[in-house]
Design a protein around this ligand. Structure first.
Ligand code: NAP
Length: 290
């Protein structure tokens, strides 16, 4: 039996944190295998997917700018990928290329782990942003029964397009409507780049939000964003983006290497070290940094 090899394909791809995550699990689970960076130029990506069966890889993650090419190349895909219109994970099954979108389950798993019971009484939800990540989040929230889900975006027509494509009780609104929407929101998710290091801050008045609401910020650099700090100051539960980043990697690993890994505080520490967030001396201290 050959040693299983998986990769993340993109252009460029060297910024990816995926090798750290998958190599951590391979070592932890004692699996002989590897996960590597696979830079593929846009001109060559259709051929890469067409010849995937003979590429030597058991599967891969797909990152920008190849998500559309992967979506077009697979023979089958899961319900999330179909609904969202994008996929990030592929593998071979019965000789066919199969794809999945693991951002939605990754988001849900991170909230399940870090804010248990967050979906016990689903109600209205607000999603800030209408880019690539927002589609997965709206799909995920709908899958747990949140309704209506209102997408608030600077460019309102992008929000309208997601609402139209996904269908169901999903609305689009402008930032000026936000204060009215937050009054009965059970969940608020930031999928914009606001609040990221190097980007403008996301300044929101969370005063109207019900006390049991949960705030989720997909941003993970910095680890604790201004939005999370504001939520915590109000006594609301706040979940950062690192958990989603780690949990979205679980299904791919399970398909490629045959064992389902877990997201532990030690994995968080290992990934944070590579971001320069936690000093190496802290490794294994069990810090749940998210
Ligand atoms: P994207 O497709 O580029 O979308 C960016 C979004 O941010 C758009 O809705 C955009 O609004 C909005 N935005 C940008 N600058 C803004 C500003 N100055 N004022 C108001 N809105 C602004 O990006 P993406 O791929 O969806 O990623 C969004 C964020 O999610 C990033 O921070 C990314 O790191 C994070 N993310 C995290 C995970 C994770 O695993 N934790 C996964 C995916 C993404 P317009 O439409 O008006 O331009």
């Amino acid at each position: 039996m050959t040693t299983p090899l998986a990769c993340v394909v993109g252009w460029p791809v060297k910024h990816s944190r995926s090798p750290v995550i998958h190599r951590y699990w391979l070592k932890e689970l004692g699996i002989e295998g590897d996960y590597v960076l696979k830079p593929v130029e846009p001109d060559a990506i259709a051929g890469f997917f067409a010849d995937f069966a003979s590429s030597g890889f058991v599967g891969c993650n797909v990152t920008v700018p190849h998500k559309e090419a992967a979506f077009a190349a697979v023979a089958e895909m899961d319900e999330a990928a179909r609904a969202i219109g994008a996929l990030n994970t592929i593998w071979m099954e019965d000789g066919k290329l199969v794809g999945a979108n693991t951002d939605a389950p990754g988001f849900l798993a991170s909230l399940d782990q870090e804010a248990p019971g967050w979906d016990a009484h689903p109600g209205p939800a607000v999603v800030l942003g209408a880019g690539g990540a927002a589609k997965a989040i709206v799909f995920a929230l709908r899958s747990r029964g949140f309704a209506p889900v209102t997408i608030v975006n600077r460019t309102e027509k992008r929000a309208e397009q997601i609402a139209r494509n996904l269908g169901g009780p999903i609305a689009a609104a402008r930032f000026t409507a936000l204060s009215g929407l937050l009054g009965d929101a059970r969940v608020l998710v930031n999928t914009t780049t606001l609040g990221m290091d190097g980007q403008p801050p996301l300044d929101l008045d969370l005063g109207a939000m019900p006390g049991k609401s949960v705030i989720s910020d997909l941003v993970y650099v910095p680890l604790e964003t201004g939005l999370m700090k504001a939520a915590e100051a109000r006594g609301l539960r706040a979940v950062g983006g690192l958990g989603m980043l780690l949990h979205q990697a679980v299904p791919g690993f399970a398909h490629w290497f045959g064992q389902t890994p877990t997201v532990t505080p030690e994995l968080r520490t290992a990934v944070l070290e590579t971001m320069g967030v936690v000093a190496p001396a802290d490794a294994g201290a069990g810090t749940d940094a998210a």
